[in-house]
Design a protein around this ligand. Structure first.
Ligand SMILES: [Zn+2]
Length: 412
């Protein structure tokens, strides 16, 4: 008797929505592919009367005009990102929600030369390459944050424009809202949080107390920042704000080697900041809650001998922490990468990567930003030299420009 064997090997790295063993993911992929194909087919030529096209698409799909505009704009954007477009054509990995997020984030570039789009394209491909089996696909918020980081690193003027957003205060029958630049928002947010802690009241009550003048604001609000000190031109990550290329001068500097196991149940502050810097957000798949607003979960309970140490502590928002406490999922950490394998009640599983500034992926990113800035400075230096040759017919080498070593790991 002979036995037939198949020789095809299953992929070892893929995102959960392209899991080859799951029939439901194939159905969902078909749905994304068909939606994509529909809009590609009806994508209007730029020469057509756009108002008439929009009216017709509105009648066919029942979607509102803003939504239709977003779909069209996202598809046109893909034409500027050929590698991402090729990836999309192969797997239909990204839904329109994510594609629209990418498009809108790239609006900040304005009308940019194609080489800038090429760099964004490559950086996005690197970011969207899975590293594990059944890995959680980055959320729209994760992807948008990454696009912002990429374009900030490519174009310093964008970082500057970002800080000059017009402030707006609105008060209507139900809400009071305040629109300010992101850095100010991070400071106000921190002020309200610290006051709530000090008074032992909810955040809303602390905000009211501050704004009505019932209490005096804390004189110094602490903003936590992360920066690779031994990488030249390394960007700074500000908790609750994002990345900046500005050179901030911190009042207190802590090294990650200062993190040592604690014998108490409570996570010490320095350790908490390290864990938040590694995790970025709540570690549950798809949750966007920033890590600094999360609780720290002992993976192995403290009472069962689980240490108070980053290798056993992970950020979870209140809701997902409750789910874990109720035994609705378990997770197993990878000791070096900080990846978490989640096992759910229904027998399914998924992997999430940490996404904070201290995570391995972010370290590579820091290295590439630094290389990018160095490359840009070298090219402007080469241009200046070419001009000098033109003017004087000779050149004097003043210093040797340092060459980046692409194989060197990011030193943190
Ligand atoms: Zn969560």
């Amino acid at each position: 008797m002979t036995t037939a064997t198949t020789t095809s090997t299953p992929p070892t790295r893929f995102y959960a929505p392209t899991n080859p063993d799951c029939p439901e993911t194939r159905e969902a992929a078909r749905m994304r592919r068909e939606e994509f194909a529909f809009w590609e087919k009806h994508l209007p030529e730029p020469s057509l009367d756009i108002d008439l096209v929009l009216r017709r698409l509105q009648a066919i799909t029942g979607k509102d005009l803003t939504e239709i505009n977003n779909y069209i704009s996202a598809l046109y954007r893909l034409r500027e990102l050929p590698k991402l477009a090729a990836l999309q054509a192969k797997y239909f990995l990204l839904d329109f929600n994510r594609l629209i997020g990418i498009d809108k984030a790239l609006d900040r570039l304005g009308v940019a030369p194609q080489f800038l789009y090429d760099q964004v394209d490559q950086a996005l491909i690197d970011y969207l390459t899975p590293r594990r089996a059944n890995q959680h696909l980055p959320t729209r918020a994760n992807i948008v944050r990454r696009v912002r980081e990429i374009i900030t690193a490519l174009d310093d003027t964008i970082a500057m424009r970002k800080g000059h957003k017009k402030r707006r205060f609105r008060s209507d029958s139900e809400f009071i809202s305040l629109e300010v630049e992101e850095e100010t928002r991070a400071i106000i947010d921190q002020q309200v949080r610290e006051m709530a802690k000090e008074l032992g009241v909810p955040l809303a009550d602390a905000a009211v107390a501050l704004l009505t003048g019932a209490v005096k604001p804390t004189a110094h609000v602490i903003l936590h920042t992360y920066r690779a000190t031994d990488v030249e031109f390394a960007p700074t990550f500000i908790e609750g704000y994002g990345t900046t290329l500005e050179n901030l001068t911190p009042t207190v500097v802590r090294d990650e080697s200062q993190v040592e196991e604690s014998c108490s149940y409570k996570t010490p502050d320095v350790m908490a900041k390290f864990i938040e810097g590694r995790d970025g957000t709540c570690r549950f798949p798809g949750c966007k809650r920033p890590a600094h607003k999360c609780q720290k979960d002992h993976c192995v309970d403290f009472s069962d001998g689980g240490p108070t140490h980053p290798s056993n502590l992970f950020s979870f928002c209140q809701h997902h922490h409750n789910m874990k406490t109720d035994g609705r999922f378990y997770y197993i950490p990878h000791p070096e990468t900080g990846d978490l394998v989640f096992l759910f009640e229904d027998g399914t599983w998924e992997i999430t990567e940490p996404s904070g500034p201290l995570s391995p992926k972010q370290k590579h990113w820091v290295q590439s930003v630094s290389q990018n800035i160095q490359a840009r400075r070298r090219s402007s230096r080469a241009e200046a030299q070419a001009l000098k040759i033109e003017l004087d017919g000779q050149i004097v080498e003043i210093y040797e420009a340092p060459q980046p070593d692409p194989d060197e790991p990011a030193p943190f």
